[in-house]
Design a protein around this ligand. Structure first.
Ligand code: PLP
Length: 377
């Protein structure tokens, strides 16, 4: 158990983010992506809150294991769960989970489609299809749309519960004629072909955070935000001014100062004895790579009591040095609170830009050793 190194999660901010998103996209329902343990924030607590308090009814996972976990932990709640990639549909034990727990697999290839259509147990189960429109990762190809239609007709399926595609470059500027724009046009073409073949598309979605923030791909029943609901923009630094997103970060990563001391120019510090380039103050904080700070990250700056320091020397498993270069007599008390990132987007974006890890990675790197503490202040 740890008391002062923790990820503090303010669910009120999640509520505000959902409100903001709903006013940006009043015509779209939210399919909230909670894979990766809700981007490191604790899937069970996030889904419970979003479902009961914010009336979000649909959630997206990557794996069947994540979806099972949600069903088991939240058996008192009613919501839909989609499994997007690691479906394992063809294993009998997994098939049973889908059927008995109403977990909806997203089908992205012909093997799974044939299996699904061939299983009589799935005859009345929601059919969800994902098309590859140019991201080239997962999904049925546009050129195979007639094959899909033939398969559906042969199996007397006249509707698709939810039709998906996923954008590969929505963190960049979405320009007319560009990659995302072309993907979306292909998606429209797929929908048109299905409708022309008298197959009803009940739900559809394409837009993840980067697209939503640019107001793109909203002519669908749903949107599929992940990162933005946890706070940060998904846009790359060069195009962030294009973002309409004003959400706040739902988490604050806190630790405390274990020790602090003055350093001289050339003084070796920590493992490997990395020499200080100048005199200053060194703070040792109680968080390390065992918590998810990586020694491979480029070193970020951290601001404490209005002064800028930077992570210095080797990150340890349990501790990290923060170097306040040329700042002497810095009034740092052992035991005092130290915030790595707070609720302003700028904090985590700076951390992520400086370390070279995306905000997705920064969140997901946090290990279970960091307690997640939830608050509704
Ligand atoms: C299929 C799918 N939809 C939506 C999202 C959400 O993306 P983001 O977190 O960028 O909003 C993801 C995440 O990678 C995804 O894989």
């Amino acid at each position: 158990m740890r008391y002062r190194t923790r990820l503090y999660i303010d669910l009120n901010i999640l509520a505000q983010n959902v409100d903001k998103l709903r006013s940006l996209c009043p015509n779209n329902k939210i399919l909230f992506m909670v894979k990766g343990d809700a981007y490191g924030h604790g899937m069970t607590q996030v889904v419970r809150f979003a479902n009961t308090k914010l009336k979000v009814k649909e959630f997206g996972c990557a794996t069947l294991g994540e979806a099972r976990h949600l069903r088991e932990e939240l058996s008192d709640l009613q919501f839909e769960i989609y499994v997007f990639s690691d479906t394992n549909l063809e294993f009998q034990s997994c098939t049973d989970y889908y059927l008995n727990r109403r977990i909806i697999p997203v089908i992205s290839n012909f093997e799974d489609l044939d299996f699904f259509l061939g299983e009589s147990d799935f005859a009345h189960f929601p059919l969800c299809l994902k098309f590859n429109t140019g991201m080239n990762r997962l999904g049925i190809e546009f050129k195979d749309i007639d094959k899909v239609i033939n398969r559906l007709k042969a199996n007397k399926r006249d509707s698709i519960h939810h039709l998906f595609t996923h954008f590969g470059q929505s963190s960049d500027d979405i320009a007319e004629g560009g990659a995302v724009w072309n993907q979306y046009h292909e998606f429209q073409e797929i929908k048109r072909k299905l409708v022309d073949a008298d197959i009803t598309v009940k739900r559809s979605s394409a837009s993840n955070s980067g697209a939503i923030e640019q107001g793109f791909g909203l002519d669908e029943t749903h949107i599929r935000p992940g990162l933005m609901l946890y706070g940060p923009t998904a846009l790359n630094p060069e195009v962030r001014t294009k973002s309409m997103w004003t959400g706040k970060v739902i988490s604050r990563l806190e630790t405390y100062v274990i020790n602090s001391f003055a350093v001289e120019k050339g003084e070796p510090v920590g493992y490997g004895g990395v020499p200080c380039p100048n005199k200053g103050t060194m703070a040792l904080i109680a968080i390390g790579y065992g918590d998810g700070l990586s020694g491979r990250m480029r070193f970020p700056t951290l601001t404490h009591k209005g002064k800028e320091g930077r992570i210095f020397g080797r990150v340890n498993m349990d501790m990290t040095q923060v170097y306040f270069e040329n700042i002497e007599h810095f009034d740092l008390n052992p035991q005092e609170h130290f915030v790595i990132w707070g609720h302003e987007q700028e904090d985590i974006l700076r951390f992520s830009d400086q370390t070279g890890a995306t905000p997705y990675e920064v969140f997901c790197h946090l290990t279970p050793r960091v307690p997640r503490i939830y608050s509704l202040e």
